[in-house]
Design a protein around this ligand. Structure first.
Ligand SMILES: [Zn+2]
Length: 81
């Protein structure tokens, strides 16, 4: 029962409606080109307590994979010849 996160991954936030720190539920709100917009909702009353944008690593990874695969093919061809 001792969860701590270095990054901004809140498991509890203060809710002004409940007037106490409440566990929050993370919900994907929007998918943007710059990243995914997440919203933290109070599990007690459902109020929106915070928002954050998560920029996924899918962009650079996809680029690296695309540039790597032709090289692998060329090497295979050389080895076969
Ligand atoms: Zn609340």
């Amino acid at each position: 029962m001792n969860r701590q996160f270095g990054a901004f991954t809140a498991s509890e936030l203060y809710c002004p409606k409940c007037k106490r720190a409440q566990p929050v539920r993370e919900k994907l709100l929007l998918v943007l080109p710059s990243g995914d917009l997440h919203e933290f909702l109070c599990t007690g009353c459902g109020a929106s307590l915070a928002k954050r944008t998560v920029s996924g690593p899918s962009g650079p990874v996809t680029k690296a994979a695309a540039s790597a695969s032709p090289r692998t093919g060329a090497r295979r061809g050389r080895l076969l010849n």
